[in-house]
Design a protein around this ligand. Structure first.
Ligand code: PLP
Length: 428
């Protein structure tokens, strides 16, 4: 028995399902999860001393790879001055200044501890500002696990095959309206049905929790217009895409200005952080400046602020994203060319340092249904084949992949070689 399996058995006895977040349990691909002990650059080492190229990057935050020296140094420096004060620090201002200087739609920002908190607060804020109740979310988009947002949510839930979850009263989700991603018509119909009661539209501008789904440009434009017409706020959940698909997030790439942006992952450089930001007049509704309550014991934690600041300082250096995009594109091209040579139906796409793939004949992936219709059996076999060869993709076909600046040609070549061997074997 491997040490990983041993630890998993141990964990299952005292931690529900043996993991502290469901998608880690490998239910999406079968088998037991791997326990890791170390990360270095683009690589992970498990408790049995196997090495893997890491395309998960802690689900997105590690855009610089594991243990980047600048991040380690920044955290180390703060560590010795005190880990938490529950009182204001200068580091919070510095990270807020960095974020507002990079993302023009954000004039003021509130730090929280997770993406879940950020989106939950964004919805509360939108309701407080507009004095309306309902909001629209898209099937397959995941915005964390707060009650009202856990309706037709992505990845973990899709993988587990449950559309929602017990424990949430109907009365809590009655104001959550859903439409299909990239479907403007359905969204417009919801506005027609509830013309005066929609506070917000929330979406992942590039969806990364139902595989990897790019928005059609007219979809984002259309949502902006619908929100303006109906005095609703447009919330871009950029917890995953923020500082990941580009230095100005998905909103910069597609040229759309949301009213509220939620952030997480990269802005914490691997530490637990979330944030929400937007125009000053909207953000001023938050307590203590305004009436909409929000708080957090560890919010703006110095270690997290330091790790985030160090990370953003690295990624804003000239050429950072050019190199990241080059590596990511060469990875997806490598995978696509292997599949093409072997005549295996395959779709792949990327933006910035984020990518996805699925086994399908389709040339366009527009929503959750398109991803769900792809070949999951083949995905699982490919997944385990790659894992055996030391390539660690996210253990579910409903997840995006992430490349860091520590990845390069060498890792792409190794991945390509592994894919060639695995897919050739599967083709037999
Ligand atoms: C787009 C998006 N929003 C929100 C969240 C929730 O963030 P957290 O897991 O930090 O609560 C996630 C997590 O993956 C996410 O991808």
């Amino acid at each position: 028995m491997t040490r990983s399996t041993e630890l998993f058995h141990q964990a299952q006895a005292i931690i529900p399902g043996g993991v502290n977040s469901p998608v880690r349990a490998f239910k999406g691909v079968g088998g037991d999860p791997i326990f890791f002990k170390q990360g270095k650059g683009a690589y992970l080492v498990d408790v049995d001393n196997n090495e893997y190229i890491d395309y998960v990057g802690s689900w997105g935050p590690l855009i610089l790879g594991h243990c980047h020296p600048a991040v380690i140094e920044a955290v180390n420096k703060v560590l010795h001055s005190g880990m938490s004060f529950g009182a204001p620090t200068e580091l919070e201002i510095q990270l807020a200044e960095k974020i507002t200087s990079l993302i023009p739609s954000i004039e003021k920002v509130r730090m929280v501890n997770s993406g879940t908190e950020a989106t939950m607060t964004a919805i509360r804020l939108a309701r407080g500002v507009t004095k309306k109740n309902k909001f629209i979310k898209f099937n397959g988009c995941y915005h964390g696990h707060s009650d009202s947002l856990l309706v037709k949510a992505g990845s973990g839930l899709l993988t587990l095959g449950i559309p929602s979850t017990p424990g949430i009263p109907q009365s809590v989700t009655e104001h959550t309206l859903t439409a299909n991603f990239n479907n403007l018509e359905q969204t417009a119909q919801l506005f027609e049905k509830f013309p005066d009661d929609i506070a917000a539209v929330i979406l992942e501008p590039v969806a990364g929790n139902m595989g990897f789904v790019l928005p059609e440009p007219e979809f984002l434009n259309g949502l902006r217009q619908l929100c303006d017409q109906h005095n609703a706020l447009l919330i871009f959940d950029e917890v995953m895409t923020g500082f990941r698909v580009g230095l100005t997030g998905a909103q910069g790439v597609f040229g759309i200005t949301p009213d509220i942006t939620t952030l997480g992952k990269v802005i914490g450089g691997g530490m637990p952080v979330g944030a929400l930001g937007g125009k000053a007049e909207i953000m001023s509704f938050l307590a203590p400046e305004g009436p909409v309550y929000q708080a957090g014991t560890l919010s703006g934690n110095p270690l997290a602020m330091a790790a985030g600041l160090a990370t953003l300082s690295e990624i804003e250096k000239p050429g950072f994203f050019d190199r990241l995009i080059e590596t990511t594109q060469s990875l997806t091209q490598a995978l696509a060319s292997v599949a093409e040579t072997l005549n295996i139906p395959f779709f792949t796409a990327s933006l910035g340092g984020m990518f996805g793939f699925c086994f399908t004949e389709k040339k366009r992936i527009a929503d959750y249904a398109d991803v769900a219709a792809s070949d999951e059996v083949l995905f699982k076999k490919f997944y385990h084949g790659m894992l055996d060869k030391g390539i660690y993709f996210a253990p579910s076909m409903y997840e995006a992949g992430f490349v860091s600046s520590a990845h390069g040609e060498h890792e792409v070549a190794k991945t390509q070689m592994a894919a060639e061997e695995v897919l050739s074997q599967l083709k037999k």
